[in-house]
Design a protein around this ligand. Structure first.
Ligand code: IPM
Ligand code: MG
Length: 400
């Protein structure tokens, strides 16, 4: 096989990647300050249901949020705006991860509530287009993927800060094939990119009276990229002398998350993209499954809130979509409230979620017709929120 042609092409491709990434580095270095929602006359919340069970659980989440924000909506301080076209059919029609006009509409909002979207892989009935999640995270520069996992009975209270715009994902669709025999993908870590996520994790720890930040890499083997991530962590940690920190390799960290003797000692955890993807699924499973976890994708200008699970197309095929559990997205909704500065409402919603999900469990969703529907679950959450003694009730359960 004559590889020369491929090598030439790959060299040019690699050069363009380097230039693009260096431009990104400059952009990150010069990025502005965090948006201040309290200064906006109106906050626009975009809502995109996505695929599969997405539109069903998103609708229920919107109902709960609209209930909590009813006064703000009436005063015109908050607007919910439906974003059309973030569906696999429309994305395939345009052959774009996120069609341009859809992205434009998203950019007119301040934050986005997003249902799961289909991510095709080789061999699927869909063309192998890029993940909409990954494309939106990149287009809106949502560099921090924040994923809390709590299991009070086991003493688990973790907050993961997954880097969201670099690592193995950044160039996930830009690898090269040299003939049929050699495949290469690229992994990228930039110094300012690592610094902003690590700093956010330490800031969070400081503001929330957390004791420790754990940095997870595989820097002993993946020396350049993970090595840089760890070096930057060491540097950033010096600015936070009151916060302890340690570093773990991803393999042993994966083991320690299921070690009852160790796991409750982890607190805030910060890690590159792919490790964060994998470890947060494991963590969510310990909490009760990926269906139980919400996630915030945060950047300085935009933010997106979503569940961490997929579209569950099988449920739709079997006609079970109305039995899909909206709790993961409702949790993401609580993260949205907190992010927008509605801290008290977020706190109430989180207490209601604990009561409905863990303590009282008057309504249970199983995903099948023997359980409640998503709508009934959302109604239960709203009923719980109406209780004036919500906090006392929650405290009582908590101390039992
Ligand atoms: C997640 C998901 C996505 C990811 C997929 C759908 C591209 O697994 O949000 O964790 O890998 O980031
Ligand atoms: Mg994932």
């Amino acid at each position: 096989m004559d590889y020369e042609k491929y090598i030439q092409e790959a060299k040019e491709h690699f050069e363009s990647i380097l230039r693009e990434q260096l431009e990104r580095v400059e952009k990150i270095k010069n990025e502005g300050d965090w948006i201040d929602y309290s200064k906006l006359p109106k906050i626009i919340i975009g809502v995109a249901g996505g695929d599969g069970i997405g539109p069903f659980i998103t609708e229920q989440t919107q109902r709960v949020l609209e209930f909590l924000l009813r006064d703000e909506i009436a005063e015109g301080k908050i607007e919910f705006r439906k974003i059309e076209g973030l569906t696999i059919e429309n994305r395939v029609k345009h052959m774009q991860a996120v069609p341009d006009d859809v992205l434009q509409e998203i950019k007119k909002c301040h934050v986005l509530l997003k249902g799961p979207t289909t991510t095709p892989k080789k061999g699927d009935p869909w063309p192998n287009i890029e993940s909409a999640n990954v494309a939106i995270r990149r287009a809106l520069d949502l560099f921090a993927n924040v994923r809390p996992v709590r299991v009070p009975d086991l003493g688990i209270d973790w907050v993961f800060f997954r880097e969201n715009t670099e690592g193995a994902y950044m160039l996930g669709s830009k690898g090269v094939m040299i003939g049929d025999d050699l495949a290469m993908d690229f992994k990228v870590i930039t110094a300012p990119g690592a610094e902003r996520i690590i700093r956010l994790a330490f800031d969070y720890a400081k503001k929330n009276n957390r004791k420790k930040v754990t940095v997870v890499t595989k820097a002993n083997v993946v020396k350049k990229t993970d090595g840089l991530f760890l070096d930057i962590a060491e540097k950033v940690a010096k600015d936070y002398p009151e916060i302890q920190w340690d570093d773990w390799f991803i393999d042993i960290m994966t083991a320690k998350l299921i070690d009852p003797a160790r796991r409750s000692q982890f607190d805030v955890i910060v890690l590159p993209n792919l490790y964060g993807d994998i470890l947060t699924d494991e963590a969510a499973q310990i909490q009760g499954g990926v269906g139980t976890a919400g996630s915030a994708n945060i950047g300085k200008r935009y933010a997106m809130f979503e569940a961490i699970h997929g579209t569950a197309l099988r449920m739709v095929k079997e006609g079970r979509e109305k039995y899909a559990n909206p709790m993961s997205m409702i949790k993401a909704g609580a993260m949205m409230l907190e992010h927008l500065g509605y801290v008290e409402k977020a706190k109430r919603l989180n207490m209601a979620i604990d009561i409905c999900n863990s303590f009282e469990r008057k309504v249970v969703v199983t995903g099948h017709s023997d359980g409640a529907t998503g709508e009934e679950m959302a109604n239960y959450v709203m009923e719980t929120l109406k209780d004036e003694n919500l906090e006392d009730k929650w405290k009582k359960y908590q101390s039992q």
